[in-house]
Write a protein that binds this ligand. Sequence first.
Ligand code: SF4
Ligand code: SF4
Length: 453
Amino acid sequence: MNRGSRTSMTNTPMTTFSEPDIPDFDVIRSCVHCGFCLPTCPTYVLTGKERSSPRGRIWLMKAVREGRMDMMDPIFDYEMSFCLNCRACEAVCPSGVEYGQILEASRAQLERAHNGGSAQARAAKGLTYGFLFKDMRRLRAASHGLKLYQRSGLQGAVRKSGILELIGLAEQEMMLPELSDEFLAPQGQTWPAIGESVGRVALFTGCIMSTAYADVHQATIRVLNRNGYDVTAVNEQTCCGALHVHGGDLDGGRELARQNIDSFDLDAFDAVIINAAGCGAALKEYGHLLHNDPAYAERASAFSGKVMDVAEFLAGIGLSAQPGPLAARVTYQEPCHLAHAQRITAQPRTLLEAIPELTLVEMPESSLCCGSAGVYNVTQPEAARELGNRKVDNALAVEPEIIVSANPGCMLQLQGILRSRGVDVEVLHIVELLDRAYQNRIPARSTAERAAD
Ligand code: SF4
Ligand code: SF4
């Protein structure tokens, strides 16, 4: 793997890491090369190559950090992009290597060194990261256009016309989310608890979740209300910034993080509830993202400390309202950023097991990444397809009626592949399933009604 010193061969200075956001050398050096992480790494599983493993990538980062490898070396560039940032390696590492941190810092270095990439890449990033995902009003306006495309019959006509195959966009178009009828725009509205209120939580509405998966938000609100919580969607909150941070735009992510921190009055809420695993992991890491910002560092840590995934919260309080029966065979797809980044694995299963008559069947390789990983479908379409098909094969192997997940990216990936295969298996968020079970619940009778029996 040692490709030698480019300086000595060409006499041109090597590009290396530079301020700000240099990958932390202590984190890099904490890898003891044990290799425990290799079998958990999707890109190592696919390729069998050391350089495409966590240990290999850490070796590459170390070589650049020590000036033995040029940061612009195509191998370094490729491996930083080929990694899914799924963090399966982090979850099993006995040395506690914070791999996500050093990967994101390495990507930020590359992003700056390449000046954002080709003109086409810069334009795409400017439109998405810099425009649509910087202001949720813009994203919702664009989503209305997409909804019109889907609802007007144009989508069906375009799919049948064959034009998508001709321009090579058929697969990407198949992955488009089916947008919700009603979006959820946070305006400070509160949905009161059913019965006596035991507390108050804030709902983090996010970007894709508030448009494509607004129905999941509605289900989340109903389930929390049933369990005695008032739910508020605070105004001025915005995208969590995960897409920016994972793509190497750390400053863009920081800008959004500051806006979110300013929007929430933490003292007013028991928790900030999130139902998207990727966003939850990002919110819980605001403390690290802003640790060098004297004006926000403390507030960022306090904010992160209040964030809870909805499954983590519900399992933690214990369901005070008993769900009704739901006789279905269900398998659970573990989102990487829930299982590996947040280490939340038991709570979703506890909630599923609380639903009477539901049969939970574990799929093989439940925690192996489904290949969605933010924009991975665009940057690494082949690997994304391979991992997605592997995940769907594993899920279908246990013959479920419903596949449950807890992250919009995973749900999109599963729904897209099932649709393209013509397989009719439902994909639901875990709170949608709980909400459905609550709708099957026999309403509790009042004391007077019971006395009249
Ligand atoms: S498990 Fe941790 S210490 Fe071992 S090789 Fe992987 S990253 Fe390094
Ligand atoms: S984040 Fe995932 S893909 Fe990247 S090195 Fe770790 S396990 Fe492999």
